[in-house]
Design a protein around this ligand. Structure first.
Ligand code: PTJ
Length: 243
């Protein structure tokens, strides 16, 4: 039992729910360590959405709404942390949702899909093919989903798929608290924010922004600037802490 007045109450509750998700097979055990790394970077950025991340979230909404075939790619961590928020974003953006796992088993694919559906997500189904040239199972995807998407939101990704999708000419948006990660550097647009803060912000922006021309919005994005601003926020917080 975690006391509500514990200073890290929310963080401890999230850990508790992720441990439960791991026991149920939604989250991989490796996903627990990935979450720990995320927490460390969230500490550094002050556990809040920076102005720079808020701007990236607005651009993400614009890209999703302006896409011909937008897809949100969901892994175990994203499902366990934010299934209802994914359902809301799907409604607001019109994006399809596809489950794509690194630690893939048919059992986990079914478990994550079922969990998302229980939270109101309409999950794409069908026969996956190896349409992204990768040596691991993240290369498997649906021809009507990631296989033909023009804009793909890939929260908490690992870098090589992001790179492969970019080489295939796709617009890739990631949500990753680590601005140094390969994914963060490879993506078209990186949102350096915590997933459960970022998704509702993107959904809210979908409700106020109007779709535009995808190529025009894409051409305004300077991902290097977003990464630099996130690193600078972290550097300032570290140097303040040392004063
Ligand atoms: O469910 P599976 O089998 O597809 O596996 C998913 C994981 C997350 C285990 C897999 O994709 C993986 O190993 O990812 P990485 O390479 O650890 O990358 C995850 C990134 O997400 C890291 O850079 C973390 O800092 C970041 N991260 C972790 N939790 C959050 C986060 N970013 C935003 N919000 C979070 N809550």
């Amino acid at each position: 039992m975690i006391p509500e007045d514990h200073p890290r109450y929310r963080s401890l509750k999230v850990r508790e729910s992720l441990a439960e998700a791991a026991r149920r097979g939604i989250l991989s055990l490796e996903g627990l360590t990935a979450h720990g790394r995320g927490e460390a970077f969230d500490y550094l950025i002050g556990e809040r959405t920076t102005a720079s991340a808020a701007e990236a979230e607005r651009l993400c909404a614009l890209l999703l709404m302006s896409a011909r075939r937008p897809v949100i790619s969901v892994n175990g961590n994203s499902a366990a942390l934010a299934a209802s928020a994914i359902a809301e974003l799907q409604k607001a953006s019109g994006a399809a949702v596809e489950v794509n796992l690194f630690h893939r088993t048919e059992e986990r694919m079914a478990c994550v899909s079922r969990y998302l559906a229980e939270h109101g997500v309409v999950v794409l189904s069908g026969v996956c093919e190896r349409l992204v040239p990768l040596g691991h199972d993240r290369g498997l995807c649906l021809p009507d989903g990631i296989g033909s998407a023009d804009v793909i939101l890939v929260p908490l990704e690992d870098g090589d798929r992001c790179e492969a999708l970019r080489k295939m000419g796709r617009v890739v948006i990631t949500i990753d608290l680590n601005p140094l990660s390969r994914t963060a550097r490879m993506a078209t647009l990186t949102i350096v924010d915590e997933l459960t803060r970022a998704l509702p912000a993107i959904t809210a922006a979908c409700r106020t922004e109007k779709p535009g021309v995808l190529e025009e919005i894409h051409s305004t994005i300077d991902n290097h600037r977003f990464l630099m601003e996130a690193r600078e926020e972290m550097r300032l917080r570290l140097s303040d802490a040392m004063d």
